[in-house]
Design a protein around this ligand. Structure first.
Ligand code: C2O
Ligand code: CU
Ligand code: CU
Length: 504
């Protein structure tokens, strides 16, 4: 067993033993003496920490799989945003927020062409609303913070789903409190299927696995901790040391010697992952935020910013029974130079996420199609204009777009319905920001930075803009109404890196 990045591991979570990854190298540590503020952080935290008697062993809990709400056999589900008390760890109940009493929240599954119907009841003390991230729906259905409902009110959602098959998600979106509500549990997956995809014969059933990855912090009673008010850097993004997958801490999943389709969502507050597997060198990227790629791309790792999704095929056919394959996040230094809370693994930390245990032989003779779907490229010459948007921190450490803190009632951009535009997003900060637009899907034209991302080849609703990089995206607006664009680091969107655009 190797102990690695957890600077605080020995102090804060003495019982959390993490295995499976290499040490980053002793030399690293020698070259970077601890800054003084880290010492004081640890001093401050040590009393509570010593009490943690949990002997949590990673890969000891079975991955929870969300139940599915399938619209072909359900009339109208009801979601009640509520306080709940659930087992994240086996023997302890943790206070959380849920939509139906448990975690993970159900996966919504719907076929293109069907009508989505749901009632949201707010049983929370504060106003809330659900946004269907990646769904192109009318303004009143989109879950803009202006549409929040107060305690005991009900919101009826009703809209037609007419868009690419893909892995979308839903989450609450109240003004200024989105980060906290998602952190405590208010998010889930939203899968759209269609006929075209069915013909491709991709792995399904137990070989199609949804993975919602979220890093979290727990106190000595295994209750969730959100922002630490004493650490201002938490406004740069809340990072945790325990990775939950489908609300299960560092889980394992039993697999056969076969190909698996993993639909992965980064549902974290701020952490960017660079996903890779131990003992599996390559895997196939088949889809991005808003649908399948034209053809599978073989990759060794994938960078996934907050709110981005990937659809991948992982091949376990060459494995033996008893083998273990760890999904991990690799160091990703390019992502941030910002000060983050030093008590938790940094933005670029190497961390284990979950493990696949090979437990059964299977004759998998399936062949993945070489061609998946057609992606008509939107032509630059079709764009009627280029808008420039900057991502900046202004004085007071406030995250903004175009130096203007978010105002719910201000219209920041007006877009003509049924036109194509290029948006040029310039990141002036030393930290990557996932830029998200509601009510539209876009294509990435180019980035001026050094890195290139295979996910740029597919349909997107969120794009990671690297430090000091400019990314150009192109999109065609088909849905009239008031929508949001924002950074999807939840602490940034809440404070207040967000803006409104009106399509008319
Ligand atoms: Cu996940 Cu405003 O969005
Ligand atoms: Cu969204
Ligand atoms: Cu941001």
């Amino acid at each position: 067993m190797n102990r690695r990045y957890f600077l605080h591991l020995s102090v804060i979570t003495a019982g959390y033993l993490l295995v499976g990854c290499e040490d980053r190298g002793a030399s690293d540590k020698k070259q970077s003496p601890k800054p003084p503020e880290i010492d004081s952080a640890l001093d401050k935290l040590s009393p509570q920490v010593e009490n943690i008697a949990e002997d949590f062993i990673p890969f000891s809990q079975k991955l929870k799989i969300p139940s599915e709400i399938n619209f072909s056999d359900t009339s109208k589900p009801v979601f009640t945003a509520q306080k709940s008390n659930v087992n994240i760890f086996e023997d302890v109940k943790t206070d959380v927020l849920t939509f139906q009493g448990g975690l993970p929240n159900p996966t919504i599954r719907i076929t293109r062409g069907d009508t989505f119907n749901l009632d949201l009841i707010n049983n929370l003390a504060d106003p809330t609303i659900i946004h269907w991230h990646g769904l192109i729906v009318p303004e009143e259905m989109d879950g803009h913070p202006l549409s929040v409902i107060s305690t005991n009110q009900t919101k009826h959602y009703h809209y037609l789903v007419n868009q690419n098959a893909g892995t979308y998600w839903y989450h609450s979106h109240p003004h200024g409190r989105t980060g906290e509500e998602i952190y405590y549990g208010l998010s889930g997956l939203y899968i759209v299927d269609d006929k075209q995809e069915e013909y491709l014969n991709l792995p399904k059933g137990e070989r199609e696995v949804p993975l919602i990855i979220q890093d979290r912090r727990f106190d000595n009673k295994l209750q969730l901790l959100y922002k630490d008010p004493d650490f201002l850097h938490d406004n740069n993004g809340v990072l945790g040391d325990v990775i939950l997958v489908n609300s299960t801490p560092f889980p394992f999943y039993e697999v056969k010697t076969a190909k698996y389709r993993l639909r992965i969502l980064n549902g974290s507050s701020a952490r960017t992952y660079k996903l890779a597997f131990d003992n599996i060198e390559n895997f196939l990227l088949i889809g991005t935020d808003a649908g399948l790629l034209e053809e599978p791309i073989s990759v060794e790792s994938i960078v996934l910013g907050v709110a981005e999704r990937i659809d991948i095929i992982v091949d376990f056919t060459a494995k033996q029974i008893g083998d273990k394959v760890t999904l991990k996040t690799l160091p990703f230094k390019e992502g941030s130079n910002m000060r983050m809370n030093p008590s938790y693994p940094s933005f670029d930390a190497l961390m284990d996420i979950m493990q696949f245990h090979i437990t059964e032989e299977f004759k998998d003779t399936s062949v993945l199609p070489e061609k998946l779907v057609n992606i008509p490229r939107i032509k630059e010459s079709d764009a009627i204009q280029t808008r420039k948007i900057t991502m900046e921190v202004i004085s007071g450490g406030i995250w903004t777009l175009d130096k203007k803190p978010y105002d719910m009632h201000r219209i920041d951009q007006r877009v003509k319905l049924d036109t194509t535009e290029i948006w040029e997003i310039k990141n002036t900060a030393h930290m990557a920001h996932p830029f998200h637009v509601h009510g539209v899907h876009f294509q990435v034209l180019d980035r001026d930075g050094k890195l290139s991302f295979p996910t740029d080849k597919g349909w997107k609703d969120t794009v990671l803009v690297m430090p000091n990089e400019t990314v150009r995206i192109i999109m065609h607006f088909t849905m009239p109404g008031l929508f949001l664009y924002h950074c999807h680091i939840l602490e940034h969107e809440d404070h207040s890196m967000m803006a409104n655009f009106l399509v008319e």
